[in-house]
Design a protein around this ligand. Structure first.
Ligand code: TYD
Ligand code: MG
Length: 455
């Protein structure tokens, strides 16, 4: 006989209690008690464990999943590691309004050509979803796309079993709840219980499940973070509301690389793929204006050229201000300190603003040199030549340090028509240097700026 009841378990120390307590009596943590379903089997003996899995020889296990469902949205597919893996659970996190529902509806629409797809929404009505489909498609919808507006897991599970789809989208995991827990929808215990049941369903039926997870303000409590270890793949959709670009980044993937990034643009009819992000990001660039430098960064295995803008202006009173948009603030402070101490630029009475064009965020130190070049160009009011790109990390002594994957970066710069690239001193064999490209190797930031910013 199987019996289940709800217990409250401290997430810090594991202490169990019959009712919810504001403070754990054992470890003293506040608000750490979370409801969990406890199932007890009566008459359990050693026999209850017998008929489960058997050990298998490693050699007998089939490797390499060749049965991925091809996904015609290439930018999405590359982030997943090539197609959708049947039986996997993929979580897509992101701020509200960033485009998660739109992107997953587009996924549902293109996959409905290959089998039936079930799109379950707990956030929008059928009519709202239909309107969104019309906005994306401008025409008829595929026959095999099924919609369900439902939040109860007890209704969702039979619907999945009845439709036997290849892919299920659940928008969102925070609105889904099971009646077996008396916690409210969106609480840690509901989110975790529902996700792990869906994981079990996915594994047993082979359906691929996409879950939408909102990132909540309170440091992602009850958001994607508590689910990361339950699901197979975690993707984040990033971007800001002032720009149309969206980056789909994978942070965990049991079936592929976690370095890939997909680039999209939110358009009038849904998310459009951006197959040549560098070109797009450089499209509005004004050549010959002081304070603009091109950095060659890497997003996963893909090189990306971005414009970095620097602006300096005399501080009117008090401390000089430093503002970083899209680059790490501490790295900016470091670069400014190196420019003052090692290059001799006078920045102590200047406000410094740095901005990455297109709303991108760069976390790589490889963009240091471009940031330094943009600031120097603004201070001296001299434009950098339009055909030069920069690669390199700046060290504390003003030395230029090498960064990974320089050949890939050089080839992207050359493809986009750049003629000169400033890089650190590294050995690059001649066949990895694009022919049309002049590679300027320098030891230090001072040398790099002297080479390029000659007045
Ligand atoms: P949505 O997918 O609802 O975001 P999320 O599910 O992450 O909360 O996207 C909402 C925004 O996208 C909304 O502000 C409208 C905009 N949008 C477009 O610009 N173009 C479109 O074709 C669609 C469908 C939405
Ligand atoms: Mg949504």
């Amino acid at each position: 006989m199987v019996k289940s009841k709800t217990e409250y378990v401290c997430q810090q120390c594991g202490r169990r209690a019959a009712k919810a307590l504001g403070r754990c009596p054992q470890c003293g943590a506040w608000n750490s008690m979370v409801a969990e379903i406890v199932t007890t089997k009566r008459g359990r003996g050693p026999s209850a464990m017998v008929e489960t899995s058997q050990p298998m020889r490693l050699m007998e296990i089939e490797g390499e999943d060749t049965d991925r469902i091809p996904l015609p949205i290439h930018e999405f597919s590359r982030v997943l590691g090539g197609g959708v893996v049947p039986g996997s659970v993929v979580l897509i996190g992101g701020d509200p309004g960033i485009g998660k529902s739109t992107l997953l509806l587009q996924l549902a629409l293109v996959l409905a050509d290959q089998g039936s797809v079930l799109y379950i929404s707990g956030e929008e009505s059928e009519r709202q979803i239909k309107n969104r489909v019309l906005r994306i498609l401008h025409g008829g919808a595929p026959d095999d796309l099924y919609l369900l507006t439902e939040t109860s897991l007890e209704a969702i599970t039979p619907a999945i079993e009845r439709t036997s789809p290849i892919v299920v989208v659940i928008d969102s995991i925070q609105t889904t709840h099971t009646s077996e827990l008396d916690a409210s929808a969106g609480s840690i215990s509901q989110v975790r219980e529902c996700a792990s049941r869906l994981q079990t369903l996915a594994k047993s039926s082979g359906v691929a499940v996409f879950l939408v997870g909102h990132v909540t303000k309170e440091g992602a409590i009850a958001g994607p973070k508590v689910l990361e270890h339950i699901v197979d793949t975690v993707l984040y959709l990033e971007g800001d509301s002032f720009h149309a670009y969206r980056l789909l980044r994978s942070v965990k993937n049991r079936f592929g690389p976690t370095t890939e990034v997909g680039v999209f643009e939110m358009g009038a009819s849904g998310m459009e793929e951006v197959p040549n992000p560098s070109e797009t990001f450089l499209a509005e660039r004004v050549v010959d204006s002081p304070g603009s430098a091109i950095a060659v960064t890497m997003e996963g295995t893909r090189p990306l050229l971005v414009e970095i803008q620097g602006l300096t202006s005399a501080t009117s009173f008090g401390h000089p201000r430093r503002t970083a948009n899209g680059v790490d603030f501490n790295r900016l402070l470091l670069t400014i300190a190196v420019l003052s101490r090692r290059v001799g630029l006078r920045l102590s009475d200047q406000d410094v603003f740095v901005n990455v064009v297109g709303g991108l965020r760069i976390s790589e130190p490889a963009a240091d040199l471009a940031v330094a070049a943009a600031i120097s160009s603004s201070v001296k009011d001299l434009p950098l030549p339009g055909d030069v790109a920069f690669i390199g990390e700046v060290g504390l002594s003003g030395e230029l340090r090498t960064v990974p994957q320089i050949p890939a970066r050089l080839s992207e710069a050359s493809k986009l028509g750049f003629q000169r690239v400033v890089i650190p001193q590294v050995d690059i064999s001649a066949d990895l240097r694009p022919e049309s490209l002049q590679v300027i190797q320098v030891r230090s930031l001072r040398e790099a700026l002297a080479e390029i910013l000659r007045s």
